[in-house]
Design a protein around this ligand. Structure first.
Ligand code: CU
Length: 172
């Protein structure tokens, strides 16, 4: 009796674990500066609506800096290799733009003097699910970029954010 109960309980747990891992899709990116030094990590978690980005910076240059997803998963300094902002819907740039925004547009980071910052940002415009039009896992992949300047949330197509100072390819 007791053995039978345990066995069925285990079966239920196994089913739950299988179903959980099917839905808990994650990805990650290691952000490196132009010298190759890691300045942060991003864990991406598929949410009901979009993707949650859990960012952890260490040794990052302080200041107000734009934080975007770019269209190509390639990070070769000066990181123009990552292409323009991820924009599968063909919108204009800017979280405050009437015809915006790019799916890769996200709020600015305010990095303190310590260079350390932990923040979680929800991006409802992207998905980790392959085959979807707004998937970061498209044919050429995607990358996460930190810029030298802040995004003005308006100027198309760059947000006037300046140079690219860190880059990380989004990987599974
Ligand atoms: Cu950018």
């Amino acid at each position: 009796m007791r053995v039978a109960w345990s066995a069925s309980c285990l079966t239920v747990i196994a089913a739950c674990v299988a179903s959980f891992s099917a839905h808990a899709q994650t990805a990650k990116a290691s952000l490196k500066d132009a010298s190759g030094k890691e300045v942060g990590q991003v864990e991406l978690v598929q949410a009901t609506n979009g993707v949650l980005l859990k960012l952890s910076l260490k040794g990052a240059p302080p200041g107000n800096r734009a934080f975007h997803i770019h269209a190509v998963g390639k990070c070769e300094p000066p990181f123009t290799s990552a292409g323009p902002h991820f924009n599968p819907a063909g919108h204009k740039h800017g979280l405050e733009a009437k015809e915006g925004s790019h799916a890769g547009d996200m709020p600015n980071l305010h990095i303190p003097a310590s260079g350390e910052l932990v923040i979680e940002i929800a991006n409802p415009m992207i998905t980790l699910v392959k085959g979807q039009p707004n998937s970061v896992f498209d044919a050429d992949g995607s990358a996460i970029i930190i810029h030298a300047g802040a995004d003005d949330y308006k100027t198309d197509p760059t947000g006037n954010a300046g140079d690219r100072i860190a880059c990380g390819v989004i990987v599974e």
